[in-house]
Design a protein around this ligand. Structure first.
Ligand code: TYD
Length: 205
């Protein structure tokens, strides 16, 4: 039984930690892979390098490159794993582009959805876990994570708030695919709630 499950959330939602811990639990029972774009797929990696290096890159170019890298990862890694009956857990997918490029960067959610629909060609996730962190808790976690660098300016905070707002708009417009988890709880509680929600989706709870 294959399933394509994506994890979404703003910085400070605990997404990467939660994903790793949930994957460990699922692996005990299911043939599971964890991945994130560009996921070791050669062309996807090259596209991502351009994204990282491009200083002052045009916002629409950035959105197109994310979508292109997404397609390479989808075709090169996600589709083969699904064909082999695996559970694919993917750290960020189309909804990151909708929230970050579409809403927070201001390109427009519908515009960014259009190029991503072209890129994924109907392969929407079966289930999307959204780690719903409040702006306050998210900001606190970012500050704690970055304490050594000691840098979180007003622009970062405003952008973070825009990302959270963007995700909420995306979820409101497509509620059936999302499972919203309260990510203000402790990481242990978030892991537990996420794991149970996936088991329920898989019909094992
Ligand atoms: P990363 O440091 O890997 O962050 P995280 O652990 O939060 O996933 O960086 C990914 C960054 O790229 C993050 O700030 C979100 C951003 N991003 C987009 O803006 N659009 C996208 O389509 C994707 C996949 C990521």
């Amino acid at each position: 039984m294959s399933a394509f499950i994506t994890f979404e959330g703003p910085e400070g939602s605990g997404k990467t930690t939660v994903l790793q811990q949930v994957a460990l639990k699922l692996e005990a029972t299911f043939d599971t892979i964890v991945t994130r774009e560009p996921g070791g797929v050669a062309t996807g990696e090259q596209i991502r390098e351009i994204l990282l290096e491009g200083e002052g890159m045009d916002e629409r170019t950035e959105a197109l490159l994310f979508a292109a890298s997404r397609r390479e990862h989808l075709v090169g890694k996600i589709m083969p794993a699904l064909e082999q009956g695996k559970i694919v857990l993917c750290d960020r997918y189309i909804d990151s582009s909708l929230a970050y490029q579409g809403y927070a960067r201001g390109i427009g959610v519908e515009e960014v959805k259009a190029i991503n629909d072209f890129a994924i060609n109907g392969l929407y996730p079966d289930l999307t876990i959204y780690l719903d962190v409040s702006v306050e808790v998210g900001r606190q976690r970012i500050v704690t994570n970055l304490r050594q660098q000691n840098r979180l300016d007003q622009e970062d905070i405003a952008f973070h708030e825009q990302v959270v707002e963007g995700y909420h708009k995306v979820i409101e417009s497509d509620t059936s695919r999302f499972n919203v988890i309260d990510a203000d709880q402790s990481i242990e509680q978030v892991v537990d709630a996420t794991y149970k929600s996936i088991l329920k989706y898989l019909g094992k709870l």
